[in-house]
Write a protein that binds this ligand. Structure first.
Ligand SMILES: *[C@@H]1O[C@H](CO)[C@@H](O)[C@H](O)[C@H]1NC(C)=O
Ligand SMILES: *[C@@H]1O[C@H](CO)[C@@H](O)[C@H](O)[C@H]1NC(C)=O
Ligand SMILES: *[C@@H]1O[C@H](CO)[C@@H](O)[C@H](O)[C@H]1NC(C)=O
Ligand SMILES: *[C@@H]1O[C@H](CO)[C@@H](O)[C@H](O)[C@H]1NC(C)=O
Ligand SMILES: *[C@@H]1O[C@H](CO)[C@@H](O)[C@H](O)[C@H]1NC(C)=O
Ligand SMILES: *[C@@H]1O[C@H](CO)[C@@H](O)[C@H](O)[C@H]1NC(C)=O
Ligand SMILES: *[C@@H]1O[C@H](CO)[C@@H](O)[C@H](O)[C@H]1NC(C)=O
Ligand SMILES: *[C@@H]1O[C@H](CO)[C@@H](O)[C@H](O)[C@H]1NC(C)=O
Ligand SMILES: *[C@@H]1O[C@H](CO)[C@@H](O)[C@H](O)[C@H]1NC(C)=O
Ligand SMILES: *[C@@H]1O[C@H](CO)[C@@H](O)[C@H](O)[C@H]1NC(C)=O
Ligand SMILES: *[C@@H]1O[C@H](CO)[C@@H](O)[C@H](O)[C@H]1NC(C)=O
Ligand SMILES: CC(=O)N[C@H]1CO[C@H](CO)[C@@H](O)[C@@H]1O
Length: 601
């Protein structure tokens, strides 16, 4: 049975089939999609694990409530923020982002900042005439220093267009839930060096389990967070239009800082929304195609200090709710669509460059990019309160070269394109603080493989991509004794297939599509405290597969059938959680979760 629609399904989409003409010039800021879905009372959601707070919050505070109507080209919405006056008993904070919308609307990108520090990057689902709603919860305890600033400003950017055609207004509420967490399981103050590479989308708290109160014992939130971002007028994020469009922020790092981590937030839009499916420019030129979606399929977000490369990120390819086949993403949205991952890079080896009391320029750019990327970062700093100054020095800086190989083979519209890239870097530096003289070695490596195949005169397409990243942070004392060793390995396989056929109607065609998408992460940490080694490890497997078809006329979907299955498993020392969610034709078919993984996965 084709997708049942009470009202005519009018769904405008922009698939990664780049041969579609671009008509988005009237929407300069968005790459999004319009659609009407059948009645559903199920909230939209991104399947993930529950937050590890079992008791109700000490207090809840509605911090911002706004209807995002015709907000295009306007500054974001800002309100003053201060902690609720008589709510003192809390140690952790959860952000609750709640949205309701009704009407016709594209999907939109949005972000939340506190004092310019980004605390959530999210995107919207596309509403229908009956109205839809959802909420996103994220543990934001790692930003606690931003919450302690007196008279902070809370800012939400969500550029939307409302006119005769697009009627959907986004009603957004931002609330904070303050939790008082039992610290018994924390190694707490005995842990002299608390380091952990960021957990993707996990907000730093990793313990879960039925009736358990277990928390990430290794993560101590930063004492100070400096935003690496632009002015508030256009949202704090930098809008990056090309590979040469690097944005800089001058920062002065306190002289008693002993640890630094930069956290990068990123999303891709416009001609780069589907960057992983973009063919080389040569193919577009030789075939005389009118599309901006080119420049090959490789992208790398990089961070620099005073013009020196200090780290990079090949991002997880988040698919927004209008992407590839919009029918896939209701009510289950794509992995990361409601809570985009951020990426941590340990900059402690570079403190020797930063600790001179002078401004230094932190740069953000996207290698090989075309218009446009929204990128900003938070510089998390840990302060030694025992001294006014610490000493630091960079011991090893070698500019890491990128190995990249591109193969391109095509005849008219059919062809095959391959990119393989690899970068490995290692940086070493010491910091002499009241914690001792600590040497930090940070190594990062990624391997990137992408293949795009066009057949059937360019109308069928297969994309296969694999990203593997490894980050390691090793900390040694001045006696060359290993104090801590942290590793995070990630893998993001993505397979997309699109077949295009002549449709049944006048000027219609049918696209049969499938997507298999994964975000896998293994992290491990070994720490030595008073000659006792402690450890922690976690393993996340998050896989979505979707298949279906849609009948299309111009950019509108007329009918279709679509299903998405998601398998989520997370394991660590404290327990295991698994969740299997299935949706078909806009309805949630099943959603089963369990704290005993063996039985369900
Ligand atoms: C948003 O719009 C709804 C419906 O028009 C209205 O009831 C509500 O008061 C508005 N909220 C705000 C914060 O303006
Ligand atoms: C907070 O304090 C104010 C004034 O002291 C009081 O009126 C209010 O009831 C208190 N709220 C809570 C939740 O205790
Ligand atoms: C704060 O939390 C602690 C621990 O849960 C509790 O013992 C204490 O009574 C709380 N204080 C207030 C003022 O709520
Ligand atoms: C936001 O809060 C207002 C006031 O409490 C409420 O009327 C509205 O339904 C809320 N919106 C959402 C999306 O939760
Ligand atoms: C916070 O802002 C209020 C009102 O603008 C002002 O009266 C108060 O002094 C400010 N507090 C601080 C600590 O800046
Ligand atoms: C740095 O090292 C020296 C010699 O090892 C030591 O005397 C000094 O106290 C240390 N400085 C700080 C800030 O800890
Ligand atoms: C800290 O350790 C490094 C590496 O062992 C050494 O080169 C440096 O001189 C030490 N710094 C101080 C202040 O002791
Ligand atoms: C291939 O596509 C091009 C452009 O759409 C068209 O001109 C040509 O006739 C097509 N060739 C075949 C064999 O269908
Ligand atoms: C799909 O094929 C039809 C002809 O059957 C063609 O008109 C249309 O442009 C193709 N669409 C895409 C996205 O390649
Ligand atoms: C197909 O569409 C064209 C233009 O929209 C129209 O002139 C023609 O009558 C239509 N044919 C049929 C069979 O509906
Ligand atoms: C997802 O993959 C599984 C295993 O290959 C398969 O049984 C299932 O039908 C797929 N689901 C969708 C919606 O494609
Ligand atoms: C194995 C199991 O628990 N299956 C359940 C999954 O959820 C659906 C409804 O959401 C139930 O009908 C199944 O029994």
């Amino acid at each position: 049975m084709p997708y049942p629609h009470s009202s005519p399904l009018l769904l405008h989409f922009f698939s990664l089939l780049f041969t579609l003409p671009l008509t988005l010039h009237s929407h300069p800021s968005f790459e999004t999609h319009l659609r009407h879905t059948p009645t559903t009372t199920t909230p939209f959601f991104e399947p993930t694990r529950p937050l590890p707070f079992h008791a109700p919050p000490s207090c809840t505070h509605l911090a911002l409530s706004h209807n995002f109507s015709n907000t295009i080209n306007k500054p974001p919405i800002s309100v003053p923020y201060s902690p609720p006056p008589n709510c003192t008993n809390w140690s952790h904070i959860v952000l609750d982002f709640r949205v309701a919308s009704k009407g016709d609307q594209y999907d939109r990108i949005a972000a939340v900042w506190l004092g310019g520090v980004e605390i959530l990057r999210t995107s919207t689902a596309e509403p229908n005439e009956e109205g839809i709603f959802w909420n996103v919860r994220k543990d934001v305890s790692r930003y606690i220093s931003a919450f302690m600033v007196a008279n902070a400003t809370l800012t939400v950017m969500l550029e939307n267009i409302v006119n005769d055609v697009y009627t959907g207004v986004y009603n957004v509420n931002v609330s904070f839930l303050y939790y008082n967490v039992d610290h018994r399981v924390r190694l707490g103050d005995n842990v002299r060096i608390n380091r952990k590479l960021g957990v993707l989308g996990g907000g730093g708290i990793v313990g879960i389990g039925k009736g358990k109160r277990s928390y990430n014992v290794y993560e101590k939130a930063a004492d100070l967070i400096i935003p690496i971002s632009g002015g508030v007028e256009k949202g704090y994020w930098f809008r990056i239009e090309s590979e040469s469009d690097v944005h800089y922020k001058e920062v002065v790092v306190p002289l008693n800082c002993y640890r630094a981590v930069v956290e990068v937030y990123v999303s891709f839009h416009g001609d780069d929304e589907f960057w992983y499916s973009n063919p080389p420019d040569e193919y577009i030129e030789k075939n005389g195609l009118v599309t901006g979606r080119g420049h090959g399929a490789y992208r790398e977000v990089f961070v620099s200090i005073d013009g020196r490369f200090v780290g990079s990120v090949v991002p997880f390819p988040v698919i927004f709710t209008g992407g590839i086949n919009p029918l896939f993403w209701e009510p289950i949205v794509g992995i990361g669509a409601f809570d985009l991952p951020s990426y941590d890079i340990d900059l402690s080896p570079f403190l020797g460059m930063l600790l001179d009391g002078k401004p230094h320029s932190i740069g953000l750019g996207v290698g090989d990019s075309i218009s446009y990327w929204l990128v900003d970062a938070n510089l998390h700093l840990w302060i030694d309160h025992g001294v006014d100054e610490v000493q630091a020095k960079v011991l090893d800086y070698r500019y890491p070269t990128l190995k990249i190989e591109r193969k391109s083979e095509f005849n008219l519209l059919d062809g095959k394109f391959k990119v393989e890239a690899k970068r490995k870097s290692q940086f070493v530096g010491w910091v002499n603080s009241t914690l001792g003289n600590i040497t930090t070695s940070v190594s990062q490596e990624f391997k990137f493989k992408n293949s795009i195949k066009f057949t059937n005169n360019g109308s069928d397409k297969v994309v296969e991509q694999k990203i593997k990243t490894t980050a390691e942070v090793e900390i040694k004392s001045d006696q060359d004794v290993l104090i801590s060793h942290a590793t995070v390995k990630r893998e993001y396989p993505l397979d997309i297939e699109i077949t295009n056929m002549t449709g049944s109607g006048n000027d219609t065609y049918i696209m049969v599509t499938s997507v298999v998408h994964e975000l896998n992460e293994k992290s491990g940490l070994k720490e030595k405290n008073f000659n006792v080694f402690g450890g922690f490890s976690s393993h996340l497997q998050n896989k979505q597969n979707s298949s279906g078809w849609m009948e299309v006329k111009d950019h509108s979907v007329l009918s279709g059938e679509a299903a998405t299955d998601q398998f989520y498993t997370y394991k660590d020392e404290f327990g295991c959680y698994s969740r299997i969610s299935k949706a078909a034709d806009g309805r949630l078919v099943s959603d089963n979760s369990s704290f005993s993984c063996a039985s369900s996965y």
